[in-house]
Design a protein around this ligand. Sequence first.
Ligand code: ADP
Ligand code: MG
Length: 270
Amino acid sequence: MIELYRLRKEVPSGTETLTILHSLDLSIPDGQFVSIVGPSGSGKSTLLGLIAGLDAPTAGEIRIDGAEITAMDEDTLAQLRGTKIGIVFQSFHLIASLTAFENVLVPMEIAGMRDAQARARSLLADVDLTARAHHYPSQLSGGEQQRVSIARAFSNDPSILLADEPTGNLDTKNGRHVFDLMLKLNRQRGTTLVLITHDHELAALADRRIALRDGHVVGDSGSSVGNEDETAQDGARLATPGAREAKDDAASEDALAASEDALEEAAQQR
Ligand code: ADP
Ligand code: MG
């Protein structure tokens, strides 16, 4: 469970203070697949960095499985990241001098994980890269590199996967492959998946869709409280309960489309 209470992020900007996130309240239950959408600069990456404990908030609390990470020292935080959180970035963040296999293996070896070699092989198989295991990142396509980074993100069997525009550098086909893979791992392992994306089609496939604008939540298809806009909420509420079961039926798709329109409209009215 990820819980955010009155989460606020400010940064100094000359003599002024720039507020990137305004008092955010959010609760994400275990196993939920949440997409976060919003225009560039709306605070999406900042929010993800805070949840990952890579950045500290100005005010407010973040709890992961009940533990308040804002109060943790760097070692405890690093340990939490190492055991519970996997992160995938738009730009892959692979080490150029290591093969695909080594990129997955090395963090596990550093963490002192047993059977690291066998596990790295199995993770690469999960992302359909067995044949490319000994290739370097420069020898792999963008889609393949992102699949390596997903294998790496899953190496600690995280309960939470945070992905910041993981398909942003990929063409539609490869983006879809990477997305399907994250979805498969979310289902198979019950991983909570928080996905930032510009792709509204992909975003609509999530159990819940949160829209950010200027550091405010302007739409949340999975929340009945704390929503600032009734229009978005009403449209979205139709779409979401049990979205996972209903995902394939046409009525639900219509509802998701309606919810998307409502969210867009709400965002524009602000
Ligand atoms: P998004 O991921 O939605 O595009 P970001 O979270 O990256 O948005 O950034 C939100 C806003 O905060 C942007 O206007 C960005 O320029 C600003 N910002 C982010 N980090 C910093 C920082 N460390 N210092 C100053 N401004 C920042
Ligand atoms: Mg961003």
